[in-house]
Design a protein. Structure first.
Length: 99
């Protein structure tokens, strides 16, 4: 629950910044992105790794973990295509860059 709260707080601050409700320095914005990544790393990687080890054992854990990775990368490719179309419509990257 602590990691979820940390992640939600970081994302909320970034969303407020993107909607010009609050100002964030580039240092604080970068720190918030680091905290967001940190708060997602343990809940994202640990359960899938534990499931892979329990279900696949020593022989099949890597195959199960790779299946998770392939699925995740496939979803990421779809998401990146969506983001590229949104950026293409707006025509600039200024709103996405740190100032």
């Amino acid at each position: 629950a602590m990691f979820l709260a940390l992640s939600t707080g970081c994302l909320s601050a970034q969303m407020l910044f993107l909607n010009s409700i609050i100002d964030l320095s580039s240092t604080l914005g970068s720190f918030l992105m680091f905290l967001w990544g940190f708060s997602l790393a343990i809940p994202f990687y640990l359960p899938s790794s534990m499931f892979s080890l329990k279900r696949g054992g020593k022989e099949g854990a890597a195959t199960i973990a790779d299946a998770f990775d392939v699925s995740g990368f496939g979803l990421l490719a779809v998401f990146n295509g969506f983001v590229a179309r949104v950026i293409g419509v707006k025509g600039d990257l200024n709103s996405m860059l740190l100032h």
